[in-house]
Write a protein that binds this ligand. Structure first.
Ligand code: PMV
Length: 350
């Protein structure tokens, strides 16, 4: 008998070589390879419960029942996971048993920290487990990708590479003590979603050049990670982020994710690095700045950020592990068992 209720955790990830644009929008197959690390001090915890008494799926995010497009996106993801196993399950796409999804983040959503990445990674793992599936890590990563592209990178742990349909670990979390110190300058939900941004990427004349150059940036970044070479990392991470934003800014219509404080932080990060502190910046689809530094530089980076006007919060995280299942229960009464966190073994990768 498989579980009726499963809780999984996943961490958001920060891309060092960014994914921007799809070669297939429906399948969220990326236009370019990317590299990231998981943010182990920020987490999404998602419980998926099969409840035959429900007439429709119920989705609660950070204590609020959600509806509209966000709800449809989650339900569509549940449908596609069920569809992928309907041949072997008593459920099927049309009349499947409904599920109750409860998800909690330890960080703000929709502000350039990848809540959709950790959200869809945790949702995928919890849903597959509650349905009794035993996917490989690569299969889980591929399924998570269909919910949100970068979610595929939140399935494996540590430093992660996403090539085409799924992502794999290239170095474990302990490999390098990097920190992501995130300067929050706005808690407003981003105005243009990353999904919309990906769809517009090809309208920029710069996107083709960015894609052609990806293998160079990817290799420089991969080597910098493997050699723990911060100076090399800083150079390629900043260039990559600026190239992604140059594409967004020159898309039609144009997307400018930055605020004036964003630019001030970029200058301050470079000044600090020139003074000998190992720190660099990257920016996702929002105005907040991710300052990547070595652990010993943490205090100086935080001090610098708190001194800047326009910074309303500073969130920090080290490198994190893979998505894992933390609890499951089998009966209708609450017999939830905490389980030692497990994840799919890398040897199961396809
Ligand atoms: O996975 P999405 O659709 O939220 O896209 C992520 C886009 C960026 O965060 C800007 C870049 C990346 O590679 O994570």
């Amino acid at each position: 008998m498989h579980a009726r209720k499963v809780t999984a955790i996943a961490y958001p990830n920060i891309a060092l070589v960014k994914y921007w644009g799809n070669r297939d929008h429906t399948l969220r197959l990326p236009s370019n390879d990317s590299l990231s690390f998981n943010l182990g001090d920020l987490r999404t915890t998602t419980t998926v419960e099969i409840d035959p008494s429900l007439s429709h799926d119920e989705v609660t995010l950070d204590g609020r029942t959600i509806g509209g497009a966000a709800y449809e996106r989650v339900v569509h993801h549940l449908d596609r996971i069920v569809d992928s196993v309907c041949a072997t399950q008593e459920v099927n796409g049309r009349s499947r048993t409904r599920m109750r999804v409860t998800s909690i983040n330890t960080f703000p959503m929709g502000v350039g920290i990848a809540s959709s990445a950790s959200g869809f990674a945790a949702l995928t793992l919890a849903t597959c487990t509650v349905l009794g599936m035993k996917p490989s890590e690569a299969e889980l990563s591929s399924l998570a990708r269909l919910g949100s592209g970068s979610a595929c990178r939140s399935i494996p742990g540590g430093f992660v590479s996403w090539h085409d349909s799924f992502a794999i670990t290239i170095a474990p979390a302990q490999h390098w003590n990097l920190m992501d110190v995130i300067a929050i300058i706005s808690n407003e939900h981003k105005t243009v979603s990353s999904t919309e941004g990906h769809a517009l990427a090809e309208t920029s004349p710069l996107q083709a050049a960015r894609i052609t150059d990806t293998s160079r940036r990817y290799e420089l970044c991969r080597q910098a990670i493997m050699n723990c070479d911060f100076a090399a990392l800083a150079e390629v991470v900043e260039q990559d982020a600026l190239m992604m934003h140059a594409v967004a800014m020159t898309s039609q219509p144009s997307i400018i994710y930055w605020a004036s404080t964003t630019l001030n932080i970029l200058s301050a990060v470079r000044e600090l690095r020139e003074s000998g502190v190992p720190v660099t910046f990257t920016i996702d689809a929002g105005p907040n700045v991710h300052c990547i530094c070595e652990q010993h530089a943490l205090k100086q980076v935080k001090q610098m950020l708190w001194q800047m006007s326009g910074v309303i919060d500073v969130i920090q995280s080290g490198v994190g592990g893979p998505a894992s299942v933390i609890a499951q229960s089998h009966g209708s009464h609450d017999d939830t068992q905490q389980v030692t966190p497990f994840h799919i073994s890398p040897k199961d990768r396809v």
